[in-house]
Write a protein of this length. Structure first.
Length: 367
């Protein structure tokens, strides 16, 4: 089977959610097929710089940018390479003229409820984004072009089925932690060394609800909130105007992997007050470093974190602060941290790679 992995969403600066999902799943898939002569895996890239982020020895093909008008012809362009199955970690890959089996991915339905597009997209793409998410039928047309649809959680799968977004088979190829995590004894020892830093990793779109975290700082004297992701100057200025008097908030404007891990290794908790999520990858990244988690009371967060997190209503800043303060109880903190390590070891990227390969084989054999 010739399997082509669409790696064009892997960023060359800082990972976002789709980038990290792509990079981790591709690496795990490469490991899974390394000793299987039946599978020939290759990666589709759109920027030569992405080649440095592809697993060693994996062939790469250069294709159009995912935001280029030429994207609609990607299916026909790939026919020259005769892949049997193509997997894309998004749902927008062009399918005109394709001769291969196609797996498209819909991570979540967030943008139907919160349609504001990411600000780093080209303006015409932002206009199309808004129009696309005003009705269900464009998504149905998009997904039904595929031979199968992947998603990242059981929660998202239920929503896709509830809204009847596709006639195709829907499989969960889940997110996972970047590793099996630090040893439990290390995590427990670190609890006594953690300071009063709170970490937020994620975008600053309105549905992410960073404003609740800022308000919570009024109830958390002595704590510092670290906002790690890239942010536009205008949005930073907007949020700075909402910081309570005397509260300590640091805008990092993007951090590298090493700095991110270091902050997770020493923080009091990772926090998120998001109103909607497709998965919540920062939660499992925190668990891997033994960091406690305080998050909003969403079904997807319960699926991911179970009893390993503290929960609060998305708009209740006082409740968020209370969940942070309760982590000063060493018994509770230890229970949460050890539960988090158990959660991430229950499902790994290697498991997700096997789920992808099982689906690819099903399609290949179906012809």
């Amino acid at each position: 089977m010739r399997l082509l992995f669409d790696a064009r969403y892997i960023r060359t600066d800082h990972h976002d959610g789709i980038s990290r999902y792509s990079a981790e799943l591709l690496a795990a898939t490469a490991r899974a097929v390394a000793s299987d002569p039946r599978v020939r895996l290759a990666a589709l890239i759109s920027d030569p710089a992405q080649a440095a982020l592809i697993p060693d020895g994996l062939p790469t093909l250069l294709g159009p940018s995912v935001t280029s008008p030429a994207e609609v012809l990607t299916g026909a362009l790939l026919s020259r390479y005769a892949p049997d199955v193509v997997f894309s970690p998004m749902q927008t890959m062009g399918s005109l003229g394709r001769r291969h089996q196609l797996i498209l991915t819909l991570h979540d339905l967030i943008y139907y409820e919160h349609p504001q597009p990411p600000g780093d997209l080209p303006l015409p793409v932002q206009w199309g984004w808004r129009a696309y998410h005003k009705a269900w039928w464009p998504q149905r047309l998009t997904l039904n072009r595929a031979d199968a649809v992947a998603t990242v959680s059981q929660t998202s799968k239920r929503e896709i089925l509830t809204h009847r977004l596709t006639k195709r088979d829907v499989r969960v190829i889940a997110n996972a932690a970047p590793s099996s995590g630090i040893p439990e004894e290390t995590a427990v020892r670190r609890l006594g060394e953690r300071g009063r830093d709170l970490v937020y990793m994620g975008s600053f779109l309105p549905y992410k609800n960073v404003e609740t975290l800022l308000r919570a700082m009024a109830h958390l004297p002595g704590y510092t909130l670290h906002l790690l992701s890239r942010i536009s100057p205008a949005r930073e200025a907007q949020l700075r105007g909402q910081i309570p008097e005397g509260a300590r908030v640091v805008f990092h404007r993007g951090v590298g992997e090493d700095e991110y891990r270091e902050l997770l290794s020493t923080c009091a908790a990772l926090v998120t007050a998001s109103r909607a999520e497709g998965y919540g990858l920062p939660l499992v990244e925190a668990f891997a470093q033994g960091a406690p988690v305080v998050c909003s009371d969403l079904p997807i967060f319960h699926e991911v974190a179970g009893d390993a997190a503290g929960y609060a209503p998305s708009d209740d800043d006082a409740a968020f602060a209370a969940r942070v303060r309760e982590l000063t109880d060493p018994v509770l903190a230890r229970e949460r941290v050890t539960a988090g390590l158990r959660r991430i070891r229950a499902h790994t990227w290697d498991d997700s790679a096997r789920e992808l390969l099982d689906l690819a084989w099903d399609l290949h054999q179906r012809g």
